[in-house]
Design a protein around this ligand. Structure first.
Ligand SMILES: Nc1ncnc2c1ncn2[C@@H]1O[C@H](COP(=O)(O)OP(=O)(O)OP(=O)(O)O)[C@@H](O)[C@H]1O
Ligand SMILES: [Mg+2]
Length: 264
């Protein structure tokens, strides 16, 4: 393949990806239905959809934590068969280990593998950046839900992964912290060139952060619409709402979600 062709190959490719769970009672449940999606290197793509439509399932399959039962899912042209070192995941709940301090939890991915990691200094910088600096020696039970979630974000960033998959990372945060984290994430993304997929229930957050917003249907989750956000970067929270495209896009997404029966 020549260089030009390589440059345009998507980093993540989902072709008709489906997932059928077998429930505890033994009956099949189609959670994700033939999702087609290309994510380019360096893109920040946001995903919205009704609760239970399969967003987390899709993210876990891309992370290699859950297998797909139909279609093809590739990372850099290679079928995804398990977790990759290139991928960091921020889960919907923080999943902190209760017997470790905040700093130890955040540094955990650096310790896995047993080597001293020269990036250990990153941990303290990340904790400072997310306002957790003075809490680094505390234990998870001493933190609020929002603080635990911020620690989860630090943990995913600690290894500096090329791809970041974020499952409602800011859902538990208060409005002001959430706005600050939106700006921080935009900055990290612009400076690092990472590829990010972020699930959110917030239409405004999806538009603010996304190069594209993927709108999913109610379960079984399909891609209803893939909407380009033509708003220049860096975006600020004030200017984005004033942009002429913002209102139309927000209304379009709301209309799609309303038609699916849920808007959060
Ligand atoms: N391990 C599992 N076994 C059986 N069914 C599951 C399992 N995990 C998820 N499901 C079902 O799959 C569907 C999609 O779940 P998923 O967690 O992906 O939704 P979601 O879009 O992330 O929802 P939310 O917005 O509420 O987080 C739901 O109906 C859920 O009940
Ligand atoms: Mg979910």
């Amino acid at each position: 393949m020549n260089q030009a062709a390589q440059a345009v190959r998507p980093l993540i490719t989902a072709e008709d990806v489906s997932k059928t769970y077998i429930t505890a009672s033994g009956s099949p449940l189609l959670a994700v239905d033939r999702v087609r999606l290309d994510i380019n290197d360096g893109e920040l793509v946001t995903v919205v959809g009704p609760s239970g439509c399969g967003k987390s399932t899709l993210l876990r399959m891309i992370a290699g934590l859950d297998d797909h039962t139909g279609g093809s899912l590739k990372l850099d042209g290679t079928p995804i068969t398990g977790p990759s070192r290139d991928v960091g995941v921020v889960f919907q709940s923080a999943n902190m280990l209760p017997w470790m301090s905040v700093r130890e939890n955040v540094a955990l991915p650096l310790r896995v593998g047993g080597k001293h990691n020269p990036q250990a200094g990153r941990v303290d910088r990340l904790l400072e950046m997310t306002g957790l600096g003075e809490f680094s020696s505390r234990y998870p039970y001493e933190l609020s839900g929002g603080m635990q979630q911020r620690a989860g974000i630090c943990r995913a960033l600690a290894r500096d992964p090329r791809i970041l998959l974020m499952d409602e990372p800011f859902g538990a945060l208060d409005a002001l912290t959430r706005e600050r984290m939106n700006l921080e994430l935009q900055r990290i993304w612009q400076e690092s060139g990472k590829t990010i997929i972020l699930i959110t229930h917030s239409i405004s957050e999806a538009i603010f952060l996304g190069d594209r917003v993927i709108v999913m249907s109610a379960r079984p989750g399909r891609v209803l619409r893939d909407i380009e956000i033509p708003i220049p970067r860096p975006r600020s929270l004030d200017t984005i709402i004033a942009h002429p495209a913002y209102g139309d896009i927000a209304r379009e997404i709301r209309g799609l979600l309303n038609a699916e029966g849920t808007v959060d």
